[in-house]
Design a binder for this molecule. Sequence first.
Ligand code: 6PG
Length: 251
Amino acid sequence: MAIVTVADTNTTVALVAAERIAALIEGSIRARSSATVCLAGGRTPAGLYDLLADDRHPWRHRIDWTRVHLFWGDERHVPPDHPDSNFGMAYRTLVSRVPIPLAQVYRIEGEREDARDAATEYEATLRNGLIAAGRTDQSFDVALLGIGQDGHIASIFPGSPTIDERSRRVAAAWVPHLQAWRITLTPPALLNSRHIVVLASGEEKAGAVRAALVLPEDPSRWPAQLLRPAADRVEWIIDAAASRSLAGPPA
Ligand code: 6PG
């Protein structure tokens, strides 16, 4: 069963998440001399990344960034300096503000003309980066995720063929409702994580959170349900508004 922490607002979600992520990273460095962290995109994690990098808070100095290896759960089919780039958002809010060796920052090359090439390239980058971090089991210590109103995680959208991908670790998929390609880690890559932390805030996420945690199994409709096999390795940190539908009648 997943662990759910409800914070008052999206601001407190970021504060609770900053403490939890920092503690998980510190624990991994103590246990394995490094920490492999897969970052989420979208808007929700920006506040968390900003807190982790802000030297007015304890977390930036608690984390030995020289031992952290950063990966991405997904990327838009855009260059890193594009306003929609997940790497670009994390670079501005976190990566450019902490002393992490750039050789330990493994971004998805969203600028590649063919998104499928970017996926193939990242399959190798991910493998080599995790080996460089000492993870022969190709595991993340922490995988951060958000959730879309439609229940997508990373760039695994409802009805996507990536939902059933069980061998490749990175895939490119055309997203019809966005009329865009996305590059995403697949379920086996995302689930190979010691800890998965999902952030959600806002009333518009309440239905997806309920579907992910309570509704009957239908991952093709609700991809976030792909996290269920990870049980208590999954921790949801959500605000009161996003938790609103959890108290509803059982499914
Ligand atoms: C992305 C993310 C995606 C995101 C959700 C929630 O590339 O957009 O990886 O999975 O986490 O869409 O996005 P918000 O945090 O912006 O609501």
